[in-house]
Every structure is written in structure tokens, then in C-alpha cells.
Design a protein around this ligand. Structure first.
Ligand SMILES: Nc1ncnc2c1ncn2[C@@H]1O[C@H](COP(=O)(O)OP(=O)(O)OP(=O)(O)O)[C@@H](O)[C@H]1O
Ligand SMILES: [Mg+2]
Length: 235
């Protein structure tokens, strides 16, 4: 089954010039063709500014595309309203952001449980699943803290737990190990491999980390908004 199908995907960002100068356009993606099948464990690699986060944001239905078409879970997101995009995201996609995007006024357990609250899961089940997710990422005992009371790596693990807790079919992770030491990074990757193998969860990462690339079974190299090389490792 094809989970993501990008055809000639273009993404431009408009930068508004000040004063009399006209606005300029950043061409973040310049015609990307990529397919990801269900159950893949893939990394997107490339220099800073090459378009990795932009691509993941589009797959994650967090932004709209400028040109081309994109199908996610068999649905054509290029034709969807913002509301339809939000529903697709809420039900089927877990997103781990490069900047964590935790909600500062909520505690760790509230942050992790939030996607389940949105889905209307009952409180007892939320509590059970949040406790399990906290164990998975090694943050037992930190349930009542707020994000600003934690280190960067701990916040990153909260963001990972929040993405895992609703057991989505597709998890997109933007530099998931960037602020973790290599031991914790490896544990988190092993947890993701386990989910991939047991639940068939599809993972797409963006990364600079050679350890993530070692774990990945496919590495898509992008440069200047284009796919430069698509490397599938032998089974
Ligand atoms: N919201 C935005 N508005 C304008 N330009 C943007 C925006 N987001 C990204 N860009 C630009 O689009 C290009 C691609 O950015 P993107 O964040 O996708 O790169 P990246 O590969 O994730 O880089 P990094 O490895 O540094 O995270 C860059 O030139 C960047 O400056
Ligand atoms: Mg990025």
C-alpha cells in the first residue's frame, strides 16, 4: 500500500519585502517525486535549508502545497480544506517537530495526552496510555512537570511520546535525535523500530544524524529542494 505519493511537489514561501521593495519568493521544493509504502522506515537527509522540514510539513498536512499533487493515506491533500487536513492529521499522523512544539502551560502528561483528548478517548485509557508512553521514552516521574522545567532532550522525548501515544499509522519526525545523547537516541530509535515491526507503523525522519541513517532502511537525499538520490538498502 502506498502511504505517501508526491508528484512534482513544489513549495514556495513568500517573504514580504519592507518599504518599497517587492516581496521575494523562496523556492523550498522544486518538483519532488517520491513514494513511501506502508511499513517503511525511511530517512530524508540533506544540507541545512534543502527542504527536509518543508517536505515533512506537507506530508503531515501542516501546510498547503504550491504546485503538484500529494496523496497521504490514499487521500489527495492538495485538494483539501484546512479543516479536512486537520482531521486527517488528527486521526492518522503523529508529528515530532524540530522545535518540539509542546504546549507550555500544560504538564508533561497533559501534553502527551492532548492528541487523545482531541480524539475523545476516555480519561482512564488516556491515563494508562500516557503512563506507558512515559515509560517508553524513559520519563517516568516527570509527568507533572512543565516543558520549561526540563532539558531540551527531555522535551524532545515528551514530543516523541506525544506522537507515539495515539498509535498513528504514519509518524513523521523532524530531526528526532538532534538533542539527545547517543545512548538515549539509540533507545528511542530501537523503540521506533519495534513499533515499525510490531504495528507496521510507517516512519519518515529528517536527519543529519548518521545513527538515524544507519537504522533507516531507505535514505532519500535532497538538495536545493530536489531529490538527488534515493538509496534503498538491500534487505
Ligand atoms: N516559513 C518560511 N518562510 C520562508 N522561508 C522558509 C520558511 N520555512 C522554510 N523556509 C526556507 O525554505 C528553505 C527550506 O527550509 P527547510 O526548513 O525545509 O530546510 P531543512 O532542510 O529542514 O533545513 P535544516 O536542516 O536546517 O532543518 C530554506 O531556504 C528556508 O529558509
Ligand atoms: Mg529542518
Amino acid at each position: 500500500m502506498i502511504v505517501v505519493k508526491a508528484e512534482n511537489v513544489v513549495k514556495d514561501y513568500g517573504l514580504n519585502g519592507r518599504g518599497t521593495s517587492a516581496g521575494t519568493t523562496v523556492h523550498a521544493l522544486r518538483g519532488v517525486n517520491l513514494e513511501f509504502k506502508g511499513g517503511e522506515f525511511a530517512a530524508i537527509a540533506g544540507p541545512s535549508g534543502s527542504g527536509k522540514s518543508t517536505f515533512l510539513h506537507l506530508v503531515g498536512c501542516l501546510d498547503t502545497i504550491t504546485g503538484g499533487t500529494m496523496q497521504v493515506g490514499g487521500q489527495d491533500m492538495s485538494m483539501m480544506s484546512r479543516k479536512q487536513l486537520a482531521l486527517l492529521r488528527r486521526h492518522s499522523i503523529g508529528f515530532i517537530f524540530q522545535a518540539y512544539n509542546l504546549i507550555p502551560v500544560l504538564t508533561v502528561e497533559e501534553n502527551i495526552g492532548f492528541p487523545l483528548t482531541l480524539l475523545g478517548v476516555d480519561r482512564k485509557e488516556i491515563a494508562d496510555r500516557v503512563a506507558g508512553a512515559l515509560r517508553d521514552v524513559g520519563l517516568e516521574g516527570m509527568a507533572k512537570r512543565r516543558p520549561k522545567e526540563m532539558s531540551g532532550g527531555q522535551q524532545q522525548r515528551v514530543a516523541i511520546a506525544r506522537a507515539l501515544v495515539k498509535k498513528p499509522a504514519l509518524i513523521l519526525a523532524d530531526e528526532p535525535t538532534a538533542n539527545l545523547d547517543s545512548t538515549i537516541g539509540r533507545e528511542i530509535l530501537e523503540l521506533m523500530v519495534k513499533l515499525n515491526q510490531k504495528e507496521g507503523t510507517t516512519f519518515i525522519f529528517s536527519t543529519h544524524d548518521s545513527m538515524v541513517m544507519d537504522f533507516a532502511r531507505r535514505i532519500v537525499h535532497i538538495r536545493d529542494g530536489r531529490v538527488e538520490r534515493d538509496e534503498v538498502k538491500p534487505a
